[in-house]
Write a protein that binds this ligand. Structure first.
Ligand code: ASP
Length: 358
């Protein structure tokens, strides 16, 4: 075996050059040499939940309402990016629109727990710094995605839950609302249907079901998520949800779990997931997609397709993700009949899709 001292002068020179260059390149964000700062293709992708979303179950009015709401959320986020704003701000602004919409399972219009109340989960992650914030089981915070952002930026922690998260929210001066603010009649009916289905099967406890599960009456979908790329080349991801209808015992799904339902990393991608959360937690789905890119050399599309269409399905999980890389590539695989989703690209063109064949 050759030793260091046996190297020729030319090799030694090469080693020195490498020793200087490698740490220098580590200081630069990935792709910085290829893309001038401020010239990245601003892109925003949104989802509004995956599940058994079928044309035959949809009225033209409801379909139009979903499309309009997704498009509006994309326009709000795009305006932030187009003015030179940060991807984190775009993700938060986009998700606040959807949290306010009773159509989606986040904020107002979220699903009910077994006890007939609403408990909300959310998370956000900054791809530039890997900073992250998350909240779970909050009951009175109008915009859980903003609380997740405050956890990231105004606390030394990553995740706060329940009453403690709400004490922090009050200290932060966040808008608090009574739990009834989140309640809607159609979610109440959905809870009753889930509880009846559970007692019909003789189950000890009616199971918690994802908002898009086939056993439920139609049109009951809607965890929301967003991923964004800003001009500076920074990726961000966020997800907000009411979780699963009829959940109990403080059940928390993947949406507020960094690496499962939300992940962002400038060197690979930003991901937000929706679906049966337990499978996304076990599969560490969002991080798995990034890891396949980082360690497996896969493209964004290959990595996202492999994790959702092969691994998640094989494990018995249902759902999908939206994913975005630094070059503005978008992947939106799902293994359910439909997923509410949309993209706005650098030109400002907004595209919204619902069904599998779109
Ligand atoms: N992933 C969410 C959860 O399990 C639900 C959903 O996306 O529909 O809490």
């Amino acid at each position: 075996m050759r030793t260091l001292t046996s190297r020729t002068p030319r090799k030694r020179w090469l080693m020195r050059l490498l020793a200087v260059c490698v740490p220098l390149s580590a200081l630069l964000p990935c792709g910085a040499l290829a893309q001038a700062d401020g010239a990245y293709p601003i892109t925003l992708v949104v989802h509004g939940g995956a599940g058994t979303i079928l044309r035959e179950n949809m009225t033209p009015e409801l379909e139009a309402a979903y499309r309009a709401e997704l498009a509006e959320a994309l326009r709000v986020g795009y305006a932030v990016l187009n003015e030179g704003g940060r991807s984190l701000d775009a993700v938060e602004a986009t998700l606040r629109v959807l949290e306010d919409s009773p159509l989606f399972n986040a904020g107002r219009g979220a699903v009910f727990t077994n006890d007939g109340i609403v408990e909300l989960d959310a998370s956000i992650m900054d791809g530039a710094t890997h900073n992250a914030g998350a909240v779970a089981g909050v009951r009175h915070v109008r915009h859980p995605i903003t609380l997740a952002r405050r956890v990231m930026e105004a606390s030394p922690h990553v995740m706060l839950v329940g009453d403690g998260a709400e004490v922090f929210a009050r200290e932060q001066g966040m808008e608090m609302v009574p739990n009834t603010y989140f309640h809607t009649e159609r979610r109440r009916q959905q809870l009753e249907a889930a509880q009846q289905a559970g007692s019909a099967t003789g189950a000890l406890h009616a199971p918690a079901v994802p908002a898009g599960d086939a056993m439920e009456p139609v049109h009951k979908f809607g965890t929301v998520g967003a991923v964004a790329l800003d001009r500076q080349g920074n990726l961000a991801a966020g997800t907000s949800t009411g979780g699963m209808t009829n959940k109990r015992w403080g059940r928390v799904g993947d949406s507020p779990i960094i690496g499962a339902g939300t992940y962002a990393d400038n060197a690979t991608c930003a991901v937000s997931a929706t679906g049966h959360g337990e499978y996304f937690i076990r599969g560490v789905v969002a991080h798995d997609i990034a890891a396949l890119m980082a360690y497996g050399g896969r493209s964004l599309q290959e990595a996202a397709d492999h994790v959702i269409l092969e691994k998640l399905g094989a494990a018995g999980g249902t759902g999908g993700v939206i994913a975005l890389d630094r070059e503005g590539h978008v992947a939106m695989p799902f293994n359910t009949p439909g997923m509410y989703r949309g993209v706005v690209d650098a030109s400002g063109t907004v595209r919204v899709y619902i069904y599998r064949d779109e």
